[in-house]
Unconditional design. Structure first.
Lengths: 214, 214
DNA sequence: CCGTGATATATCGTGCTGATACGTTGAGTC
DNA sequence: GACTCAACGTATCAGCACGATATATCACGG
């Protein structure tokens, strides 16, 4: 249960891993890190922080002003147990590491992840997207035959997923190269100035899509 | 309240507008129509149907077998009041018609929508996406400075939104053309065989994305 | 006939989302 | 110095989505 909850908690631990933060700042960073669309609400953040407190992964400290302001703020810190938990979770390639939220969170902390784990996660994500693509293409026209707008919507959705697939494929190739040749460029290494690539393009979480979701 | 709920109800009314359906079939079609990612669960569908029943927009009929099977099925039909409500909602360019779910639902029923309303919806959606783009580009590097993976994630997210923007722009131009020249090709009219277009590309709901969302 | 898988209806717990409330701090401005 | 206003900051609530699960019927093959 709580797939999304788990990835939110993981993201919080990841941010606190670097430095202690208070709620407001935490929300801003989370919104930058994940979620370019709808923003994370306090109604999700605070309950998540409480769960983390209960589990002993973080502690809270009431701090009084950093320099000028004497405004009270509640600062959250990660505990050693929390660091350990974060390490286990980020490494865990268990079921569900390829879902939208979970994948994004893990990807955001890739620089703290081992190369082999990175590869496993990228490949898992890739196969998950390919499944979506198959389902979408297989369904063909869905019920309503020849509606122009509907088929345009579908075309665009499929193209989006294809773009996403291409992105992952490039990342995987980059990982493999840097894996073989010592430990060089870890990231994307976009082929060239790109533009006018003959291959297909794919895109984001099918859900959202111009497509999507919802 | 209930942005998502409202768009789900609208989608159900839109499907029932064509023909009566039972729950199982309704779910399948909704999953084709919207949501290429996570599928709609009965835990959302049945409560939505109950809300629609309570409001008097649909009625349920227990049907016994279409041909061979004498299995009981509960078939839902739209009422005249439901048709009217659907017409009002689909035309309503009120606040919130540009959100991910809401926009997708409305777009899916574009062929039953007047040309001027289509344009208003597309333009509203466009400006909403442009806002996202501005926010994302403005934020620049968000806190963590130079993380290779993080910046790659951001780059891809932004590209996705740009692709989405381009899609909408093309659609709007197509609408304007067909608007001026009588009432011809309503849909996309992709420029040519496409591929290797020199312009930038944009994409789906920032949320999902490789970026993403949600 | 018995198992398997698609069809079909329904509910429950967990917790996300958007709205809202309330209070503080700092900067501008007249 | 008093006023306004936006950003900061913590917190809660109603409504509802989601995933899991329970139950049952039907078609088909072995």
């Amino acid at each position: 249960m709580a797939r999304k909850a788990a990835s939110l908690e993981l993201a919080v631990l990841g941010l606190l891993h670097e430095s202690p933060l208070h709620g407001y700042e935490l929300r801003k960073r989370l919104n930058l890190l994940l979620g370019w669309g709808r923003l994370l609400s306090y109604g999700s953040l605070y309950p998540a922080l409480k769960r983390l407190l209960r589990a002993g992964w973080i502690t809270e400290v009431t701090a009084t002003s950093p320099g000028v302001s004497r405004r009270q703020r509640i600062v959250y810190q990660i505990t050693p147990a929390g660091r350990q938990h974060f390490g286990e979770q980020i490494t865990d390639t268990g079921p569900s590491a390829w879902e939208d939220d979970s994948f994004n969170t893990r990807f955001a902390f890739f620089s703290r992840t081992d190369a082999d784990v990175r590869l496993r996660i990228l490949e898992g994500r890739l196969s998950r997207l390919q499944e979506r693509l198959d389902r979408a293409q297989h369904s063909g026209r869905g019920g309503s035959g020849d509606d122009r707008y509907l088929s345009e919507l579908r075309r665009h959705s499929i193209e989006s997923v294809e773009r996403e697939v291409k992105w992952l494929t490039d990342l995987i190739n980059a990982e493999r190269s840097s894996d073989r040749s010592a430990e060089q460029t870890p990231a994307a290494t976009r082929p060239d100035q790109d533009q006018s690539d003959t291959t297909i393009s794919a895109a984001p979480p099918a859900d959202a899509t111009t497509g999507n979701t919802r």
